[in-house]
Design a protein around this ligand. Structure first.
Ligand code: F6R
Length: 242
């Protein structure tokens, strides 16, 4: 695992953006694994900028998002699908049919999970997967205790995750208690992984990730077993590193 210490959020976003730009230019049909949340927003802004400047194109890109809340349709402003449209997809030239976000309103979640896995396999797996880091060590919505062998599945969200994400929700809306998430084994099949972390609130999790043991109680720790992982964390997130 390679650790890059960035100065601040902007520097973290720019460094991640540079890696993504290289990947997009290197591959004919890049398959991107995307994340939502506060962490990748600056990276998405940078990618939009690079696209507008003509440095990259998403014409032949395919994307798979990590997760979606159960009960929220893609046109619900609180859904991750809506977030992706707003923060990235609406501003770049990725074909709509090439973007994939698990459905939060599937009739049958077993089928939805199987189909999601199949679509990723059919795309010949993810070339570069972006990850944020939960304060509890989650990746995707794989909460502590999730088996490392998990595939795309329905998860119960931890109270800490629901509290951490409450600020995204419009008033009158509660954070759903369940989500559909790519599993840990599914994430580990990505060819390359970039994990981003910013701010003091992630410092404990970054220290645990870098210095701690590999345990299902801290899902991100599995990344030590992947051969191509880059962690880009800003100074505040690195504050508790030995
Ligand atoms: C989001 C996701 C989550 C977040 C994590 C960090 O698609 O899968 O694992 O990356 O909860 O969230 P932020 O970036 O809001 O701190």
């Amino acid at each position: 695992m390679k650790l890059i210490e960035a100065k601040d959020y902007e520097d973290m976003s720019k460094q991640a953006c540079a890696l993504m730009v290289n990947k997009l230019n290197e591959l004919d049909n890049p398959v991107l694994g995307l994340a939502t949340g506060s962490t990748p927003v600056g990276l998405y802004e940078c990618l939009i900028e690079k696209y507008k400047q003509g440095e990259i194109t998403f014409e032949h890109a395919v994307s798979f998002n990590l997760d979606e809340y159960i009960g929220l349709a893609d046109d619900n402003p609180n859904s991750y699908h809506y977030f992706m449209n707003e923060k990235l997809f609406n501003h770049i030239n990725i074909p709509n049919e090439n973007t994939h976000v698990p459905s939060g309103v599937a009739e049958n979640y077993d089928i939805e999970c199987e189909q999601y896995e199949k679509m990723i396999k059919d795309a010949n797996n993810i070339d570069v997967q972006l990850l944020g880091l939960g304060v509890n060590g989650h990746i995707g919505f794989n909460e502590p205790g999730t088996p490392f062998t998990s595939r795309t599945h329905v998860v119960e969200l931890d109270e800490s995750t629901r509290n951490a994400n409450a600020h995204f929700f419009a008033s009158g809306w509660e954070v759903p208690s369940r989500a559909i998430s790519m599993g840990i084994e599914s994430i580990m099949e990505s060819k390359e992984i970039i994990l981003l972390a910013s701010g003091e609130k992630k410092a404990k999790a970054i220290a645990r990730l870098i210095n701690g043991d590999i345990s299902e109680l801290f899902p991100a720790s599995i990344l030590h077993k992947h051969s191509n992982v880059t962690v880009i964390a800003d100074k505040a997130a690195c504050a508790k590193l030995k």
